[in-house]
Structure formats: structure tokens, C-alpha cells
Design a protein around this ligand. Sequence first.
Ligand SMILES: *[C@@H]1O[C@H](CO)[C@@H](O)[C@H](O)[C@H]1NC(C)=O
Ligand SMILES: *[C@@H]1O[C@H](CO)[C@@H](O)[C@H](O)[C@H]1NC(C)=O
Ligand SMILES: *[C@@H]1O[C@H](CO)[C@@H](O)[C@H](O)[C@H]1NC(C)=O
Ligand SMILES: *[C@@H]1O[C@H](CO)[C@@H](O)[C@H](O)[C@H]1NC(C)=O
Ligand SMILES: *[C@@H]1O[C@H](CO)[C@@H](O)[C@H](O)[C@H]1NC(C)=O
Length: 795
Amino acid sequence: MILSVGNCLSALLALTGTLVCAARLGDKPTTLNDHGNFHYLAVQLAPFDKAAEATPSAWEERARAVGDSLGYHVVGRVGELPDYYMFATEKWTTSAGVGPLEVRSEAHLEKERRLHEREIATAPYVVSAKAQIPTIRLHKRGPIPQNERGRPFRLDELRKELGIHDPGFGQQWHLVNTVIIGNDLNVTGVWKQGITGHNATVCFVDDGLDYNNPDLAENFYAEGSYDYNVHVKTPEPKLPEDRHGTRCAGEVAAVRNDVCGVGVAYNAKVSGVRILGGALTEADEAAAINYDYQNNHIYSCSWGPSDDGRSMEAPPQIVTDAVYNGIANGRGGLGSIFVFASGNGAASNDHCNADGYTNSIYTITVGALDRSNTHPVYSEACSAVMIVMYSSSGQKADAIYTTDWPGNGCTDGHGGTSAAAPLASGVYALVLQIRPDLTWRDMQHLTVENAVPVDLTDDGWEKTAVGRPFNNKYGYGKLDAYKLVEAAKRFQHVRPQTHIVSPVAESNKEIPHDFERLDSIISITEEDIKTANMSRIEHITVHVTIEHDSRGDIEMFLVSPHGIVSQLSTFRPRDSDPNGYQNWTLMTVKHWGEDPVGDWKFQVTDRIHPSRKGTLKYWWMTVWGETAPPTVTRPTIPPVSALLPAPNTSTSSASEPSETDADLQPPSLPPLPTSVVSKTTTLARPTATGEPPASETTVPVPTASRASGAYALVFGAAVLGAAGGGFYYIRRKRAADSSVEQDYEFEMLNDDEVDAAFDDEEDERSEMRLVNENRGPIPDRFVLSSMDEEEDEQP
Ligand SMILES: *[C@@H]1O[C@H](CO)[C@@H](O)[C@H](O)[C@H]1NC(C)=O
Ligand SMILES: *[C@@H]1O[C@H](CO)[C@@H](O)[C@H](O)[C@H]1NC(C)=O
Ligand SMILES: *[C@@H]1O[C@H](CO)[C@@H](O)[C@H](O)[C@H]1NC(C)=O
Ligand SMILES: *[C@@H]1O[C@H](CO)[C@@H](O)[C@H](O)[C@H]1NC(C)=O
Ligand SMILES: *[C@@H]1O[C@H](CO)[C@@H](O)[C@H](O)[C@H]1NC(C)=O
């Protein structure tokens, strides 16, 4: 050891000529957050040659070998990430030996950190090293609107039947709305079946949880709780403003008793992982979202990067890795359910595709819906919004009534997307009581297929290629608890995930002004589909690199082969960042269920400030989806005539599906858009390499991204395959041919709201396509709002 320290010394002196020996074993930190006296570094270790060798003890041994050889304390593994370890070293080592900490400048400490990082990162068996500095990067999503007087209710019968004596139940309009009938979660029919969240645990990653509160105590799950701000086991609120987490938790699991109101899943367990009560390191954030992840099933996250309409922030790598670790290994391999609030920055023109937490494919992004089923002005929209849930409105005071802190009380003032996301978490807890076997992707499919569109006169709605209405403000609509739970009862697992990484389309063209747009095309071929063994799309991520004088000026769209337009970004007047988009990922769920074969058009426009210019450097996309059914390779698609049922029978068979029939008989297919049909001619396209014959020049995907993609693919399939093995189910009606996914999707569209709104019968799909083509590249955006800015600044 002494020898190693000597090595370190000479190496660093040679390297820098001054300053420090990076590390010298002195005292070990006695706590995990002694940032005053220690540098902490999160170190990612290199993978083992053979996967079988990568046991926890082998990782630890590797960490210790690296730490010992360099003279660092190995504090322990970072959360549940097998390959990340926290190293620590005292801050007192200067070139002169001991130096008083007080006299050392922040610049000096920063230099030390860089040296430590460099020293560790260049050591054998190390991938990366990053100094951990607690900062405040994450913000709560809850503006607190004005309160309104409680209204009288007559709910006596329901109270009696369900044994609900909570005095505030009558004010919980989001559970039972007696003023505007139907504008609630429709949950009472679920409770009546005894489905109240038993056996499900929702973890509130937030600013604390008042577990002594009589409205929460009985449902509190202590083992799943921790405080990462001060590193103690108990997550109680510790600062005067720490009421947010308790309010969110009450929405899910407020106990049915004589205090306050009830939660959506009032017999679910809740835990609290405190991260918003002050500064936090990236490593602690990563550990937080995997905390006790075999027993915490749903992570409810009502926070994210600042909603100021300027920020564009993705989670740091270690957090991204933790999210992936959660979906791959959490809940016994079924995957943690991550629920994220979309953000409250819409009034500042913020957009949830500028937030790397909400635009992740692994999180369910929840926007807000107000009591009159309209869009609250604060709720951030984007193509990654999957659903909306009830919350406060922007103007008047009809917020959410829930448990509060301090003082064992209640509040009727909880709002923002902060209050919307927990309601989704609560509904998912109900689902998990009866279907604990659902995977993270099953939950997303269930959500997309059963969300109920609202406010259909809003002009942001557009039917997707499979006929399901989607709106960037509302996603696929709101969750109706009864409908979702009924669907969950008979939900059949989706097949494993796969994905296609497209080639990179290089453009290097200037982005035009004056209502013109730059188009760039990437083709997805039959060959790509076969290689990836994909049947139907789930998410699409688009990765862009754009240089621009003022990043917020740019608007981006993705147009599918069927003419469905995803608006990927909107004008953000406050975002004048001069660095453009550097490999930024945008996500859309709007193409869910669509057949991906054909030309995907990426469009960039800039309608603002002709003097501020930019260039689309390059982009590529990743198409995520479900694997094809086993034993069936995409056969030749039958002639159109064989697929098309009589127009007037297709409508009725779609609205009255018979389960047994559908399972036993070949699918009756909806009318196919002509562009789908025409793809039969592309079957023989000679594109073995997957390089599209697009009008744009294409260059191969950087090796790294291809390689890591393949790794993720294999890994994901293995994990999910293993998890699904016990109850794997082959959907017989899907076994016919490649178009079955459309049958499936179509069948799911069995709901009154949709029919009522889009009652144009057949051919409306082609009409839709026509509309897209005619309306040009720029679908309606959110109205600029003059709403005061305090809204998004509030805690
Ligand atoms: C709401 O729940 C009731 C049962 O309590 C059910 O009959 C009704 O269909 C549900 N509403 C929707 C839109 O599913
Ligand atoms: C909770 O889980 C246990 C063990 O799986 C099961 O036996 C029990 O029926 C579940 N309880 C409810 C109310 O679903
Ligand atoms: C495609 O995926 C299915 C699982 O959905 C698997 O059974 C089948 O073997 C895969 N086919 C190919 C060609 O990889
Ligand atoms: C459509 O329905 C009408 C009456 O409902 C019927 O006369 C007609 O034959 C049907 N058309 C087809 C193609 O089945
Ligand atoms: C760009 O982002 C993707 C996805 O996040 C990543 O896989 C890739 O390595 C990044 N490429 C570069 C050059 O940073």
C-alpha cells in the first residue's frame, strides 16, 4: 500500500508539477456525506470478460484492488449499481503536506477533484470517475394555488358501503366528483371489489415523508425509506418547506380512517426516499431511485430539472444507468415503474422533451388535467407525455385535497403536475395488487391502450396510425381506474423489447426561415425489421445535433411513413442558449403500434429572428418496439383485398370485439392506410446493411452506439425473457402475419369517447393523413401565455 501511494505521488507530480498527491490513505469517512473533509468520487468499473464472473464479491474485489492501488478509501457500492463504487479521500493533502482546509479556495479544491478524477479514470479496470458534489439540480413540480372553500357533498351511501369515515373525503373531487360527474378517477368501482392497493408499495422520491402522520403511519414502509440528503434511515420532513412529499404520498396511501381524506390506493404501502431536502450528489440520486428496488414497486417522482423554459438537462450518466438498472433488475426483473411529472413550466414555454427524465422511454410521463377536463396552463406538453391526471387548474382554486405536514393536517391546495403524477402511481398500485406480474412495458402498453381521451375539441388531437387519438398536451388521455383495472385483469404480457438503431443522417444544411423547413429522411426497411425481429413500435427516440445561435428558436417534427406528425420541440423564447442541441435525445410515444417500415422525415424549422441562424449537423433515431411472435417470421403480406373487411363491418367488429372469437380466428383487420399496403413492394429492397437509400447522405452509426445498442438489446431481451418465462403467452390471433399488430391495436380502440369524437367512420384515417400533408410542418403550438411567472417558481 505504501508503495502504491508512492507511485501515485510520483505519477501525479510528474503529471502536474505541483499541488497534490491525489490520494493518501488517512482517516476513513465515518459518514457518507462528510463533504467538508473528503472528496467523494463515483467510479465506474470495467466489465468482466465473462459475464458469469461478475458476482457482487468480484465487483467489490475489483473496486478494492483499484482503490488500494491508488490509495483511496472504498466507501461502498453506489446503491444497486453493481459496477459503480464510491471512493473517498481526505481533502487535507496538499503538496506541502498538511494544509488548513479553511485557506483553500474552491478553485484549488476543484483542481484537486479533477486530478483525482484523472488519476482514477486512467487506472486499469476503470471506465470513469466523477467527483460527487452535492448540488441542487432538481425541483419540485408543485405550484400551490389559492384555496377554495370546501363544497357540501352528499356521499353518504358510498361512504357507508366503503366504510369511509375520513372527514375530508367529500372534498376529494379527484376521487368522486359530485359537481362535474365523470371528471374523476372513477375508482369507487375498483374499491368495491376489494382492490385498494394491497401488496403494492409506492416509493416517494421527494423531500420527505411524515410517517408519523396518523393519515400515513399505518401504510408506512420503513425498510424502503431513506434520507439521502442527510444520510439517515428515516425520511421525515426536516425543513419547513418539506411538505411536498407528504402531500404526494397522501394522494396514494392516505389511510381510510377518521383523519383527513383517503388515498387512491388506501391499502398500499408508501415509503419515502428523501432527495429534495437540500443538495445531493449524482451518486446519491442514482442510489435513491433504486432504493430497496425489489420491494419498492413504483417510484413516484414529482420533480426534475428547472422548469424555467431555458434549461435542457438530462440525468447524469450514473442516474441514467440507475434508471436502466431499475427497469432491468427491479421488482425481480419485472422492472421498477417510474412515474414522472411532466413539469410545470408550460407558462414559461417549457417543454418536457427538454427534460431528460421525462423524455426517457423508461419513465411514464404524466401531465396535468384540471377539474373541468381542460389543460392547466402550467402543465408541460410534449410528444413524450403518455397520460394526464387530475390536478389544480392554472387560474382558479380547484386543487387536490390531501394529507399535509406539519401538524397532522390536510390541505386542499396541492397542485401542479406534482399532484398529477402520484394519482397515476396510485392507480398503478391498484393494478399491481391484482397483477403483480406485469412488467414495466406491460404497464406502458396497458396505459396507452386504455387511456381515455379528454377535451376532444382541443385542436392538438390527431389520430395515430393505429387510430388512437394523441395530443402533446394530454398524451393518450387520462386514466380511468376502473377501465384500467378491468383491462389489467385480462392483460397478456407483451413480448420482449427490441430496437432498431438507424444510420446517422448527415445534413450539414442551414435551417431555413420564412416558414420553410429542412427535411431529412431516414428509411426503415423490411430488412431492419427482420434483423431486429420487431413487430410494432413502442417509443421512438430521435438524437439530434444542431448548431444554432439561439437554441429555443428551433422547432422539430418527426413525420412517420403514415404521415403522423410528432412535434418534438416547440419554440422556447427564453432559451437563447448558443450551443444548440448537442446529441440531445427527443422522445415520442405517438407512433405506438405503428408499422415502422418506410421513410421517416425529420423536419426542422425556425420561424423566429431571421438573423439567428443554425445548421442541422446530423440526426438518427432509435425505434423501440416489441419483438415479433416466436416461430413466425414476417411472411409475405396477403393482397390488400384479402385484408380489407367490408367497410361497414369493420366498424362494428371493432366496437364489439369478442374475446374468444378473436383468440381463435384469424384477425379481421382494419382498413390499412395505403402507405402500409404499399410496403409489400419494399420487401425485396436490397438493403442488407440497413443503410437507407435516402436523399440525405448517410454515414454509419458511431461504433460505440451500435455496440452499446446491441448490448442493450441482448441484455434487455435476456432479462425480460427470463422474467416472462413462467407465464409466457403466445397470442394466437397475432400469429397470422405481420399486420396483426394493427388488428390488436384497433381492437383496443373500443371506447365511447373516441367514437363520439371521431365519428367519421371509415376513411378518416386517410383524411387524417391528408390533413397532415396539407397543414404543413407546423401543427398548432401552445398559446404563449402571459401568466405570471411565479407559478413555476413556487415550490
Ligand atoms: C367507471 O366505473 C364504472 C363502474 O364503477 C363502470 O361501469 C364505468 O364503465 C367506468 N367508466 C368508464 C369510462 O370506464
Ligand atoms: C398479497 O400477496 C400474497 C402473497 O403473494 C397473497 O397471498 C395475498 O393474497 C395478496 N393479498 C391481496 C389482498 O391481494
Ligand atoms: C423473435 O422474438 C421472439 C420473441 O418474441 C423469439 O421467440 C424469436 O425467436 C425471435 N426470432 C428471431 C428470428 O430472432
Ligand atoms: C353495408 O351495409 C348496408 C346496409 O347496412 C348493406 O346493404 C351493404 O351491402 C353493406 N355493404 C357491404 C359492402 O357489406
Ligand atoms: C449520443 O447519445 C446517445 C444516446 O443517448 C449515446 O448512445 C451516444 O453515445 C451519444 N453520442 C455521442 C457522440 O455523444
